[in-house]
Design a protein around this ligand. Structure first.
Ligand code: 13P
Length: 261
């Protein structure tokens, strides 16, 4: 079964509003010559404060080649939760995807598997799609607990979801030691872990495992994407640093497209 690849740019805490508009326009300009049907699903995830502006740039262009995502949300629908943002608010700004459980949120903001599960349910109930991140630290890898740790993260994140919702969701495997370090995980090893994740999804939800898209993230660059996309289970990439420049992000998108064409 062929799954449409996804290339998603996580801009993290970068870019003021005008930078976000310029980058959004730069990405669209770089994709101009390609047919929408040939491209992977392309997602950009700016900070909350630039979502409205990025969405306006996307809709003004009208090419429909780039989707909007957010980097986080809260699971409650409204209320006294100072500083938090609901799924409905994200939908209101044009978001279709929400990244949850990024290792930076787990590490610096104490996000737990239980919270990530609640967020996944709220996102799907609100008609958006979660990009659920998982990954091991270097210590866990060296201790030989990578697979058990990640399988546990996935089981907890997906607990109680419906098979239909899991089939349309997205997972991103991001080994923490490969994030922002320039040290990409070996493509065969990334593929092995991603196949293990798919197998975990299969044990829980059967054939939804053939539809869910599982991305690799961690120092993805234009030079690495073709080998990564040539692997059986890697359905795309969640890109940090290299998504902050239109030309490198576009090269990653077109590199992925060339492999899957
Ligand atoms: P880098 O591509 O900068 O390593 O970041 C990966 C990441 O964390 C994407 O969510």
């Amino acid at each position: 079964m062929s799954r449409r690849p996804i290339i998603a740019g996580n801009w993290k805490m970068h870019n003021l509003m005008q930078d976000a508009i310029d980058l959004t326009n730069g990405v669209m300009a770089g994709l101009k010559e390609y047919n929408k049907e040939d491209l992977p699903t392309v997602i950009i995830a700016p900070t909350f404060t630039s979502l409205y502006a990025a969405n306006k740039a996307l809709t003004d262009c009208g090419c429909g080649k780039v989707r909007l995502g957010a980097q986080n949300c809260y699971f409650e629908p409204k209320g006294a939760f100072t500083g938090e943002v609901t799924v409905e608010m994200l939908k209101d700004t044009g978001c279709e995807y929400v990244i949850i459980g990024h290792s930076e949120r787990r590490q610096y903001f104490s996000e737990t598997d239980e919270m990530i599960n609640k967020k996944a349910k709220a996102i799907l109930a609100g008609g958006l799609l979660p990009i659920i991140c998982c990954g091991e630290t270097l210590e866990q890898r060296e201790a030989g607990v990578t697979d058990s740790h990640i399988a546990s993260q996935i089981r907890k994140a997906l607990d109680g979801l419906s098979t239909e919702d899991v089939a349309k969701s997205v997972i991103a495997y991001e080994p923490i030691w490969a994030i922002g370090t320039g040290k990409t995980c070996d493509a065969d090893e990334a593929n092995r872990v991603i196949a293990m994740i798919r197998n975990t999804v299969r044990e829980m939800f059967g054939s939804a495992a053939d539809q869910i898209r599982i991305l690799y993230g961690g120092s993805v660059k234009p030079e690495t994407i073709e080998e990564q996309m040539s692997k059986s289970d890697i359905d795309g990439a969640l890109v940090g640093g290299a998504s902050l420049k239109a030309d490198s992000f576009v090269k990653i998108v077109t590199g992925a497209m060339a492999v899957r064409a």
